[in-house]
Write a protein that binds this ligand. Sequence first.
Ligand code: COI
Length: 353
Amino acid sequence: MNLSITKTANPKPKPDPNNLGFGTLFTDHMLNMDHDPEKGWHNARIEPYSPFSLDPSTMVLHYGQGIFEGLKAYRREDGGVQLFRPEANFARFNRSADLLCIPRIDANQAIEHLKELVRLEKEWVPGAPGTSLYIRPTIIAADPYLGVRVSHHYRYFVILSPVGAYYPQGFNPVRIWVTMNYVRAVRGGLGEAKTMANYAASLYAGQRAHDQGYTQVLWLDGVERRFIEEVGSMNIFFVLGGTLVTPALNGSILPGITRDSVIKLARRWGMPVEERAVSIDEIFDAQAAGKLDECFGTGTAAVISPVGELKYGERAITISGNQVGPMARKFYDAITGIQYGLAKDPFGWITRL
Ligand code: COI
């Protein structure tokens, strides 16, 4: 499919790379593509970044039939730009599409189009330490219709945002609140899809966590409320007596790409890895027995985020003395080393532009 390119006549000034925050600034151009039942996906185009108008009855606004992804472009020391595991993101995008009854896109073509967009916006990829260009591919149901059914028309779009750290804490320990009362997803539902509904479902508990001074919520399974699932915007890992332990992907957990990268790195280093059910009691017991070495979250936006405190009911535990633990540091250095082109890429994770 041809990709048409219309350039903006009014490029915006580039922001201060040392003061980017997360997700508030957007580049000059975006990618758009439409789907209808006759033509399938068609009319891929790069256009000036702009608001689009939607009929107030557009289905995604009412019933949430939509999916998205998050990946990043990184500035190398030699000035080049590269993407990290885009094939993994677009494979997950299509798995999310299946779950939301959205027609799949051609992943190879989507990556080629994305590369074209990022090439055009190359000057927007920041070079300051810890910064990157966050990429948000999205598909929304576009039929103007108020009945509940699968939409026939869709809009795919990609926007780009120069970003710094996701958490204001940067690469420092965050405090996490384990909720006993609220659940994010259940098996058989949408938990493993990257869809808006999962984030909507996280807001109420997230707000309760913030009210109490916690950064994010740790979700337990929706049935027994015993087994650890994930954090609001991250997967979760524990180092228990030298073994890396993370909840197995059970259908209600997002299959994170940073999660997968951490597991692959650990295995390469010969570190024992267990993907299995982990109960919250096991973690508190391990802490009491002196066996909880570390806890950290993983995500594209958050990268590696050490957890310094877990609060569960009336009990709170401090982990790694509320300091960045050695394994969190090692994974952070290894992953960002590959992402920024400072270290070898033995897995073939990098796509240079
Ligand atoms: C990501 O890590 O890319 C996410 O999508 C998490 C969050 C910003 C929604």
